[in-house]
Design a protein around this ligand. Sequence first.
Ligand code: MEV
Length: 328
Amino acid sequence: MTVSSAPGKVYLFGEHAVVYGEPAVPCAIERRARVTVNRREDDRLRVQADDLSLDGFTVEYGGTTDARPDVDVPENLIEAAMGYVDEAIEQVRDVTGDRDAGFDVTIESDIPLGAGLGSSAAVVVAAIDAATRELGVSLETDELAERAYRTEHAVQSGQASRADTFCSATGGAVRVEGEDCRALEAPDLPLVVGFDGGAGDTGELVGGVRGLREQYDFAADTVASIGDLVRQGERALAANDIDELGRLMNFNHGLLSALGVSARSLDSMVWAARDAGATGAKLTGAGGGGCIVALDSTDATETALSFTPGCVESFRAELATEGVKRLQ
Ligand code: MEV
């Protein structure tokens, strides 16, 4: 048996624009997916997930996602989770050369699914790391990040950046621009997260931005403006200028709204955070529903969010300095 965990993340800046080659700065947080893998005698795959903000599900299948579990949870979330694990195991078979390897995979996670905190990247990174080690192969972090990226790329029909998977594999704050992925020095940021209990469909949201960008010049300009703002954000991060970081996060949220990926619940949480005195607040991840991230070193934003209609959970997020962890 092998067990690995990997962290979720928030985007300080740059989601969506990163898909078109602009830079982005995501930051790993101490909310983790933990994946336990046991090799099977046969070539089948059995996936069990007990705690994915779902009621839990178990599904056993012969290497494809054809078999649907008969459980009362949103089908798109189950399909998404199964699709990611299925493709992650394909990457494991490919990188190890063991085409017939079958596994029992158990996923536990305290990162809500599809909510902008990088749940799929964390599950994929931890699953690939644990399953390769179960076959006696230990991947370097770069190779692990690459295989995890290929998994997301395949599942999201070619619409994925390296940001989520690289950040989850390496931990800390990172900068991703196309294929260039690197660690950033980051101060201990006072991150607060608000979660509306919902989820967005990353593929659909990324597709929506792609469509807008092809049809309207303003959308292409907006994507480029997000890139400019990320470059300014990097300078603010290096200077530990929290006020400027907050201002730029506010601008970034406005630009994401213009691209149609915010939601009423996300806007309410963003405004509640700003009214409570947060230095800045924005949605994080693909949007459509899910989470916002704010900067506030006091308790005011967390408290205000906990009383905001539409917010089901608010919490302080610690930077995860370590990416994938080998637990067993
Ligand atoms: C989703 O977590 C982040 C997006 O930028 C997509 C991606 O980078 O693959 C929306």
